[in-house]
Ligand binder design. Sequence first.
Ligand SMILES: Nc1ncc(C[C@H](C[SeH])C(=O)O)cc1Cl
Ligand SMILES: [Zn+2]
Ligand SMILES: [Zn+2]
Ligand SMILES: [Zn+2]
Length: 306
Amino acid sequence: TSYYERYHSLGDIYYWINKTAQEHSDMVKVILIGSSYEKRPLYVLKLSGRQERAEKRAMWIDCGIHAREWISPAFCLWFVQYSLNFYNQNNDITEMLNSMDIYVLPVMNPDGYKYTWTTNRMWRKNRSSSKESNCVGTDLNRNFDANWCTKGASNRPCDEIYCGQFPESEPEAEAVANFLRSHKNSVKLYLSIHSYGQMLLFPYSCSNEEVPNHAELFELAQEAAMKIRRHYRNNYKYGASAKTIYLAPGGSDDWAYNLGIHYSFTFELEDRGRYGFLLPPSFISKACNEALLAVKSIARRGASNR
Ligand SMILES: Nc1ncc(C[C@H](C[SeH])C(=O)O)cc1Cl
Ligand SMILES: [Zn+2]
Ligand SMILES: [Zn+2]
Ligand SMILES: [Zn+2]
């Protein structure tokens, strides 16, 4: 099976990042946006078409915010190689890359990801330690400044949904927030890739309130889910996070939305729970093709609107 139908260790992924940038130096730049708690680099790959266009829009995709969700980094790697290899061959990909730059963060939580390979496959959080407890880790998707640490998060360091000591207390969350703050005029679309559950989610999760462009985001998610159903005969739920999955504050998509990135989504990839986080490698191709269809569908509509 191909490289992209296997899960890869952290060291493997770092090697892949540099090899891919070298192999495609005309379309790929590596950007160091910060480092993890254990001082591992946070690398973003910037994909650009070969056509230079003034004030290009951009899309952001982060993977691996939660360590055990291995299909997520697998999707980022798969998406990058697919986009590079089908540029100037597939119209959708060519148009996408010619109309916008794509920032891809393959592993947002490298310390946690490494830990799932060496110690505990079911680890979710990062690996920061707090003074007042000998429990480790903050849930990076509860650490963003969006109704931080209200209902749906926990202020106890031992909990899986521990919100951290303060908003952006974690270097991984701070690095992403800093990058998006400094690129908020060009980034028009935010995607955060998770598993499992097969859902296309959009803000808010931190409140039951509907965002101003709720109807538009609902339509984009619905259209993407319909395409997946038609092409792959697989059902994805879709809707505002608070209603569709659960009320939870401090998420990256809610924060990105409030920053002004009004096309903001969280994807929950395969499956529905049979394997859950332990999705077998034989499922990677199908899960990634379904996610790609959703990205192309949303990117075509979402980023084209001014
Ligand atoms: N804003 C959000 N959007 C999506 C989710 C669901 C993910 C699924 Se793993 C999580 O629990 O962190 C959670 C939040 Cl806080
Ligand atoms: Zn290649
Ligand atoms: Zn997750
Ligand atoms: Zn999940």
